[in-house]
Design a protein around this ligand. Structure first.
Ligand code: ARG
Length: 269
């Protein structure tokens, strides 16, 4: 039986959620958004974490920052030290100081701001001792060396190629200290080869499950919270001894985000 480890998360209520600009192919400002429904779906995610025994901190949502619900992008926090994001797009730039303030308020040992474009846990995922780092659309490849120097962890750079999967956490999920699930076609041939070498036993997701953001999932080592439409992936996870928990976050998907995007992990020393 797989062991669950209690997690410490930071989330942001989608009070001001909307799609008023487009910085990824999922976002269509012409489509109506139901903010109340987004809040209800987000509450369900938060409730799921609390029921699993995790701790959830929140950051105050800021009016005029409709993507702030995607807390994963705010920073990367390891060993009680935070590297705060630097967003690629002007529309999200003001989220960085808001996340910075909140992280300072949590009493972390260090809160530094990235020098290069770095979209936090959207592109930086810890797996065991390795920091898997995405680039290609958002985080600047130079931020990889910066993160390696800051955290003192080996950074493995991975290049994304499909605009639908613009952040690493849309194409790869960390399931435990040595297991990942990913969608190979989202990566360059070289990055695919790196993933095969590092994770020969990885769960390989189908195009259908990737397309419903099935890989935008969180795991406590046992329970994997993921979008409910990723049904084949849920089955694959169950076969490996994980417990998938499918949720409906369809309203947030209109901005190109789901479970993992809404969740920033706070790793204390
Ligand atoms: N609309 C947001 C953006 O394009 C969605 C961010 C999703 N976050 C994530 N961690 N993948 O920046």
């Amino acid at each position: 039986m797989r062991l669950a480890q209690p997690r410490h998360y930071l989330m942001c209520r989608p009070t001001h959620f909307d799609v008023v600009y487009s910085i990824n192919p999922w976002m269509d400002p012409g489509k109506p958004v139901d903010t109340a429904l987004a809040v209800a779906q987000w509450e369900q995610l938060r409730r799921t974490y609390l029921d699993l025994g995790h701790t959830v901190e929140t950051v105050e949502p800021v009016p005029g920052l409709p993507d702030m619900v995607f807390a994963a992008n705010g920073a990367t926090v390891l060993d009680g030290r935070a590297l705060v994001a630097r967003f690629r797009d002007r529309e999200r730039a003001d989220e960085a100081p808001a996340y910075r303030e909140r992280l300072l308020g949590l009493g972390l040992a260090e809160v530094a701001t990235a020098g290069f474009v770095n979209e936090g846990e959207g592109d930086y995922l810890l797996c065991g001792d390795l920091l898997l780092a995405g680039t290609g659309f958002r985080s600047d490849p130079r931020s990889h060396a910066e993160a390696q120097e800051f955290f003192g962890r080996p950074v493995i750079g991975l290049t994304l190629v499909d605009p639908r999967f613009y952040h690493l956490d849309t194409a790869l999920a960390v399931l435990d200290e040595r297991t990942v699930a990913y969608y190979p076609e989202a990566f360059t041939p070289g990055s695919r080869a790196v993933l095969r070498r590092l994770f020969p036993d990885a769960v390989v997701a189908t195009a259908e499950d990737a397309a419903v953001f099935g890989l935008n999932a969180t795991s406590d080592g046992r329970h994997v919270v993921l979008p409910q439409n990723a049904t084949a992936l849920a089955e694959q996870l169950r076969d490996r001894g994980f417990e998938p928990i499918g949720l409906d976050l369809s309203e947030l998907l209109k901005a190109g985000g789901s479970v993992k995007c809404c969740t920033l992990e706070l790793r204390r020393a």
